[in-house]
Structure formats: C-alpha cells, structure tokens
Design a protein around this ligand. Sequence first.
Ligand code: ZN
Length: 133
Amino acid sequence: MINRVDHIGIAVSSLEESIPLFEKLLDTKLNKREAVYSQKVEAAFFKVGGGTIELLAPTSHDSQIQKFIKKKKEGVHHIALNVSNIEQEIKRLEKNGFEFVSKTPIIGANNKKIVFLHPKSTNGVLVEICEDT
Ligand code: ZN
C-alpha cells in the first residue's frame, strides 16, 4: 500500500549554495544533512508541512546525481512514495509491468529501504519507493 508522497528529490551542484536558497524559498531552516554513501551523495532535508524536500549534491564524479546534472542540469530528480511493505510493493509493481533500476532494496537516506523504478516505464519520472525501517 502506498501511504503518501514521502519527498521530492532535487539535484543540485552545491549544498552550500542551495541550502540558503531553499531556506529563503521555503521560509524554514534546514532540518538535517546526511551523507548517503550508497548513492554517493550528500542530502539536505527541509520539512514542509507533512512532506520533505530533499536536496541531493554529488560527492563523487561517478555519482548518478553528477551524471544527471551533466545531462539535464540542476532540477527535480525524483519523487518518492512511502510504502508500508517494500517487498510487497515491488511484487505488485512488477506484476503491473513496471521496470526497476534495481529490484533489490538498498538503504538510502534516513535509513529507509529504497528502490527506484526506471523512468522509461513511468512517463519519464524517476520514482523512488521507500519504506521506513
Ligand atoms: Zn529520495
């Protein structure tokens, strides 16, 4: 079952430059920063109502975020849907013909189990499925 839109991920080149910008935009202070080694990114989180905005900056030249920025420039990178049971949701989505970047959940930011759906099966949108642990 999908519970809610968990967060929106935005690719940025520099957290130092983008954190003050988003603090001004959202009229709120940064909630926290976290290095996510599995994704070769550093993330910065802003709480907005019940949702979260996640800024993602590459920490390595071979990070997916670095490749994204090179190709498409900074901007919306993915939307994340919060689910109760990620394994069940993977099966449901698979049965419905969706393709995955990888079907094996990894540990992402905030210690969540995550997988990504391939944008070619979702109208060009990179969709993250996440479960709180
Ligand atoms: Zn995310």
